[in-house]
Design a protein around this ligand. Sequence first.
Ligand code: ATP
Ligand code: MG
Length: 380
Amino acid sequence: MKISGDWIAHSGTQALCAALSQAKHQALFVGGCVRNALLGMEIADVDIATDARPEVVSDIAKIAGFRVVPTGIEHGTVTVIAEGVSLEVTTFRRDLETDGRRAVVAYSSELAEDAVRRDFTMNALYARADGTVLDPLGGLPDLLARRVRFVGEAEARIREDYLRILRFFRFFAVYGDPAAGIDAEGLAACAANADGIAGISRERIGSEMRKLLAAHDPAPAVSAMAQAGILARVLPGSDGKALAVLRHFEGDLPPRWQRRLAVLGGDNPGEDLRLSRTETGSNATVRDEIGSGLSSAALGWKLGETDALDTVLCRSALLETALPSQWQAEITRGANSTLPVTADDLMPALQGPALGKKLREIEARWLASDLYLRKSDLLA
Ligand code: ATP
Ligand code: MG
């Protein structure tokens, strides 16, 4: 089995691999780039594993004329900028001690040791510079069957690092086969260790949840999270039931984690997932407007296209009602409309609080008319 792609054929990537190899070291692509290349999916970043120590990687890369950034030198990673591409080179490692999040690691010269400390079998795939795939743990059949399985015993692997609970659901959402279902051993181990979520930072949880909710269809993963008692810990007060309906209504629209999050609800998603101020505001707006009686056009005018779209979709999903007819065109019409009356039209007859009150009244009538009343109607 061989992989290929622009990123692998890139002259900078090839030059770094050749330089390591000339120094009698291994240079193997690993993790997401190998996994995604095998699936024909886009590659996020290029990770290289090597038996060379970080200082040695750094020296070899500099001699080859590349810039080196010691991005994660304490856990064995250096970033090499090779002819414009950024390569994360990490020395083979094995775990000495784990405490549920941070592991004490030792460098290793053995690929087999590096492979067994990785989380899922599909993430323990390697490839040589010529694209030849190395599969020390039998991850390839799992990947091709879209089975997300822990390397080794699920329960033990989770206790080493509770973040793996969230990665398990995230990888199932993105790479799993919903028809085959989530791996039963992994799910049971997550349920048994659900309390471990308390030790993960809210930033981490937020970042995993964004990626999970951005999957093509996150509904099966979220329902498994609810079943295992993870959803309630990650996002207290949320409810995953309407997510599958939302997914159905979305059709071919590009996925948006914000929309999926809005349908889940939650007591305090902004805090629990450490959303930005803007994201929190937008989430609250959509949640509020789900229950408002505003039409698609009125929402388009009030919230702009993106949030209006999310509101209409979430509203139909939660109320289990059909989408309004022409809803997308209506949102666009609203987003391109302006209230026909301005303060200038009412002054000087009205001033101060009376002016504000009248304007709000006019706005309400205009919205209730589905944005059809004209200036003359509104001033009459
Ligand atoms: P992507 O970057 O596309 O999200 P990835 O698989 O490359 O996916 P990274 O978070 O970049 O994910 O990690 C790179 C590799 O490091 C993974 O494929 C996996 O082998 C290993 N890894 C990452 N996090 C963990 C973890 N918490 N426990 C064990 N192995 C991990
Ligand atoms: Mg990666």
